[in-house]
Design a binder for this molecule. Sequence first.
Ligand code: SF4
Length: 474
Amino acid sequence: MKRILFLVPKVAGPAGGGKWNSQWTHTLNEIVQSSIWKVITPGVLTLAALCDPDKYLIDLIDEEFGEVDQTMEYDIVAIYTVTPNVKRAYMWAAHFRLTRAHVVLGGVHASMCPDEASRFADTLFVGEAEITWPEFLLDYERGTVKATYVQALGQVDIQSSPIPAFNLLPSNGKRIIPIQTARGCPHGCRFCNLRSLYGRSYRAKSLNQVYAELEAARKINPRATIYFTDDNLFCDKQRSTKLFEIMERLKMNWYAHSDISFGEDERFIAHAFRSGCRQVLIGLESLNRGSLEELDEHNFKANYVDKYKMMVENIQRGGIGVIGSFIVGLDGDDAGIFERISNFIEDVGLLGASVTVNTPYPGTLNYEQLHAENRIRTYDWNSYTIFEAVIEPATMNYRQLNEGYIRLLNMIYDQHNIMNRRSKQFERMKAAFLRALNTQTGSHGSQSNSNEVYHEKVQDLVSIRIQRQDDSEL
Ligand code: SF4
């Protein structure tokens, strides 16, 4: 039997006790750290499922959930890279090469910077790996392994992807289970490297396949929250409606990423809520039309910005909390942007906000532009945490960007403000439960039946509230 380690290194900030942003206080760093959704990278679970269990013993270590045992020796060590973890990935690559393991590097950063990454690997994977990984294993067994395996863009048929190896989830990584139902997004934002990784197409798994994955996840933890990692879960509304029906049968709570158009249709929102949707993360990016213009291919976000408030309110009124994702330091931003975002968050009672700094990741149009304009201050990937400014902003100076950003984060993470926003959302969720009950019992539901269901749902709410209190993602 050969031993394989799948390793997801920690990202730079928290690795070694460091901060996400060198200028933050320890307290701010801790609060932001605890607010980040902690989920195992689904890609490594899929690759692990492609290994023949009669030939390979598999270990999976995601450093967010456990430590690497440095005394262990492996035949193959496959390391997943993103830009902010890549220097640590190179460190582990060097360590395991000394133990004579065959070191494989793959993932987003390795795919975007193959010349750099290949210096640290015995084998480099570029692009999606569902086809190339089994090829590599076959070559490894025959002794004909190659230095590089390249997957052409958009050619992987994800309807052939296996059920991820959820059995490898660490015991502390089973509360939120990631499931990817599709790859791709129609918007093509300047700061996003999806197009460079997946191509332009939208590729979806069959719903039978998704159902099988959900069943497998439920066997691992029947009370798990499902985190749909699709970049935009509601791209295809008809398919989403069928997915809601599946989730209604499974009775599992779930989170997802969406674009703001989710807020357009109240019946669709109500159905999502009844099926267990409790939070959506939406890339609002900016409140400044000038910053949003040309941010995505079709000016989708700029065209929606005037409706942001109404859309978010629709979703939250439907019982689903919105985590708004914003980017500061975009070219249209002046120093007033921080206050505008802060006012918006309070005004709509946004459940949560994830505010990051405009960061030019390799493989994005943003990187090409800022690099050409000589506005990138550092190419030290450890600084690319998305919480640290690594560029020269266009319409304010670097100090204004940093100071305004810190001020905004202190407002968002103020305990009183957090509790206030959570309480508002709790009330909205309670009202949505009652509406859902009325829909279900209708005029045919007897009073006693209705009371029973209501009682059950209130228990559900209470347990959700308790769960939320030590939730890392709020
Ligand atoms: S909407 Fe999100 S996933 Fe789609 S291109 Fe923009 S950033 Fe990427």
